[in-house]
Ligand binder design. Structure first.
Ligand SMILES: [Ca+2]
Ligand SMILES: [Ca+2]
Ligand SMILES: [Ca+2]
Length: 708
């Protein structure tokens, strides 16, 4: 479904109204933004990006208008206005920076609470033939079946997520919780950890506390919830989860981010866990979100970064949507009263914890330069090497504020390259509501690209890495913007769902305002997921049709989601944590017969044992693909840490180069394809549980084929 063509737009894939009209709003902020947070650097950086993005666009249009003098004059006038304004911004940034600096002391004071998180404008509803918004419709009767939703059959619907009341009067009831895929018992089969929310009634003892779930993989397509026995029910108002073997004992541990104290569940190797967060010094205490483990200082031990969202006070709540205090309805979305936030509410700072190696951590946020003194609304973070210098950098997706991109300087500190990298804002120079993020090399050129999930009425930005972590946001330029406007996207990941060697994009959606279902806004509270298929070697993506009755046509209250090969069959599946609902399990049933490789990496004595931070370059059929071992990501979630490569019709891998976290570069030879191998640093492929699994899966496949 596409809207009518715009009258005039510098970009090609969205209406002219909204986008450019808001070009400068992002610089100074609006009623919704926080102008006092702007510094000289940010304003100058934003202006620089306007110049760098509009000059090529103007040039392109100029060449396009070869005959019409009137059009050329108009174009010249518009472009000149944009450039003059951008230069003015650079010039005036010093004064504004001083003004901003003067206001820093007052930043902790809450601003007037405000609602609404879209920035691009208001767009007309896109409805399907049955008058359903495209977010809950637009299905086709026939087409390729890519995902089937099998949560009930798999036994996941015995558990339910709960967060606040259905009315969603407060933002703390709306943002949902994450999912982690981890193999906690080291049997070679991914298990599932689902974070739960809570309610005020439960926290004050009136009702039972909602529990998190730990679903053990029974190897037969079903799962059993063992959270109680394992001691990981959390029983707090939970948001994010990150997986990392922080003590290098070979068993994955679990960090859970809550409103209130966080948990660090240490894996006891016997199916149980012990919360060691107090002793480790990593509890914090207000509203924590999607954490990430990573060894930023290269000492071989995983450190921990925990973003903060809003500094929330249960005793002093913002006004309810229809309360007297909100009589003027200043928390609005498209003119209707909704819950307040995040804008106008005080942000919660971020924390970096250095791993001391003795079971304790030290908060080094300030020293390292990642404390988030601006109080941006952090949701999801990931340690990963975006500038290919062998050290993990740090990405933070921030809601309704600019994203952070911190470059690791290698001396225990980070350089804030958020604006200069181009990751802070979308191509309009606009801060958007970044919930979660996908990280992957979708062009197979060895550079990590980024995609973030944002609010409805904003498109979902694609950040292309031009080298050295210099990003250009290009979603509208390659036709990926228009379709995504009505969706509110949380989790997203680059996954090669059809194993053709080119990474595709999966997005999990759902609105925060239940009120949208009462209005013809073209969006809905529950939304279907969407998939973009990488069809031209990273130059173009196409929306995969949502076939009725299949996973992509399932309308969900999606939030956190984790991506991984749950059934060891070489196809990436998706587990979705749906707010106030049962989970969804999207099993990848795509009909392709493409080949694949899975790699479980084990770090040596100088690297983190779970190899977080390792980078693999796998070459097959002339295609060189990159895979990074990461902790955290998606939206407040943690994906399968085994690396997955689709290799198309090729039946042999030419080379595997591994850059281990300690800097050691190893070449490994793989004896076959279509299975998972375990590789230990310095030892190449080692015997593992995956040898037995490969045999078992092959036998089952043969039996299945015989039965058919
Ligand atoms: Ca397992
Ligand atoms: Ca461990
Ligand atoms: Ca693909």
């Amino acid at each position: 479904m596409r809207r009518s063509a715009p009258a005039f737009s510098l970009a090609s894939d969205r209406p002219a109204s909204g986008a450019k009209a808001h070009l400068f709003r992002g610089m100074f902020g609006t009623a919704e933004a926080v102008p006092s947070l702007r510094t000289i650097y940010e304003i100058a950086g934003s202006a620089f990006h306007i110049l760098s993005s509009t000059i090529p666009a103007c040039k392109k249009r100029w060449i396009g208008f070869s005959t019409s003098t009137m059009d050329k004059k108009l174009l010249l006038a518009v472009c000149l206005c944009v450039w003059i304004a951008a230069l003015y911004l650079v010039g005036s940034s010093e004064a504004r920076g001083q003004q901003a600096a003067g206001q820093y002391g007052a930043q902790a004071a809450p601003q007037r609470p405000q609602g609404g998180s879209a920035t691009a404008g208001v767009f007309p509803a896109v409805l399907d033939s049955e008058k359903r918004p495209i977010t809950a419709g637009g299905f086709v009767k026939e087409g390729p079946i890519v995902f089937q939703e099998i949560a009930e059959k798999a036994g996941l619907t015995s558990w339910r997520h709960t967060m606040g009341t259905p009315e969603k009067n407060y933002i703390i009831e709306t943002t949902g919780s994450g999912v982690a895929l981890l193999d906690y018992d080291n049997d070679g089969w991914l298990d599932i950890y689902m974070v739960n929310g809570s309610t005020v009634d439960a926290m004050t003892g009136k009702t039972e506390l909602p529990h998190a779930a730990l679903f053990h993989n029974n190897h037969d397509g079903t799962f059993t919830n063992v959270a109680e026995k394992a001691g990981v029910t959390n029983d707090r108002w939970g948001f994010g989860v990150a997986i990392g073997d922080f003590d290098n004992d070979g068993w994955p541990d679990i960090y859970v981010s809550n409103f209130g104290k966080n948990r660090l569940y240490h894996n006891n190797h016997d199916g149980t866990f012990t919360d060691v967060a107090e002793k480790a010094g990593v509890t914090l205490g207000n509203w924590s979100t999607g954490a990430t483990f990573g060894d930023y200082d290269g000492d071989g031990k995983l450190d921990l970064f925990v973003p903060g969202y809003i500094h929330w006070d249960m005793e002093h709540l913002p006004p309810k949507p229809n309360s007297a205090a909100n009589a003027v309805n200043f928390c609005q979305f498209r003119g209707i009263a909704v819950m307040c936030g995040p804008r106008g509410l005080p942000g919660e700072g971020d924390h970096l914890f250095h791993n001391n190696g003795d079971g304790t951590f030290t908060d080094v946020s300030e020293k390292a330069g990642v404390a988030d003194k601006k109080g941006y609304y952090g949701f999801t973070s990931v340690f990963v090497d975006v500038n290919n210098d062998g050290k993990v950098d740090l990405l933070v997706a921030n809601d309704s504020t600019p994203n952070y991109l911190y470059i690791n300087k290698g001396d225990g500190t980070f350089k804030d390259a958020s604006f200069m990298s181009g990751f802070a804002l979308n191509q309009d120079g606009q801060e958007v509501a970044n919930m979660g993020m996908a990280i992957g090399d979708y062009r197979n050129n060895g550079l990590l690209d980024l995609y973030t999930g944002t609010f409805s009425d904003d498109y979902k930005p694609l950040f292309r890495n031009g080298g050295n972590a210099y990003y250009t946001e290009i979603a509208p330029d390659i036709g990926m913007a228009q379709f995504t406007y009505p969706f509110l996207t949380w989790s997203t990941e680059f996954i090669d769902y059809d194993n053709d060697g080119w990474k595709d994009i999966f997005a999990v959606n759902g609105h925060v305002y239940p009120q949208v279902d009462q209005h013809n806004f073209g969006t809905s509270f529950a939304q279907r997921p969407f998939v973009f298929h990488n069809v031209k070697k990273g130059e173009k993506f196409e929306v995969v049709p949502a076939v009725e009755g299949t996973g992509l046509a399932k309308v969900l209250t999606g939030r956190g989601a984790a991506f991984g090969d749950l059934f060891n069959d070489g196809k990436i599946d998706v587990v979705i944590n749906c707010i106030d609902n049962v989970p969804a399990l999207m099993r990848n049933v795509n009909a392709d017969k493409h080949h694949w490789i899975g790699l479980q990496l084990i770090g040596g004595p100088k690297s983190p044992r779970d190899a977080v931070g390792a980078v693999v370059y796998l070459t097959a059929g002339g295609l060189r693909q990159r895979g990074d071992v990461m902790s955290g990501g998606s939206y407040e979630s943690s994906n399968d840490q085994r690396l997955h490569f689709g290799i198309g019709d090729v039946t042999a891998v030419s080379s595997v180069e591994i850059r281990w976290p300690d800097g050691f570069v190893e070449q490994v030879t793989l004896p076959s394809v279509d299975r998972i191998f375990e590789i230990e640093e310095g030892k190449g492929v080692v015997p593992s549980v995956y040898d037995g699994i490969a045999l078992e899966v092959a036998q089952r496949k043969a039996a299945g084929q015989a039965a058919n």
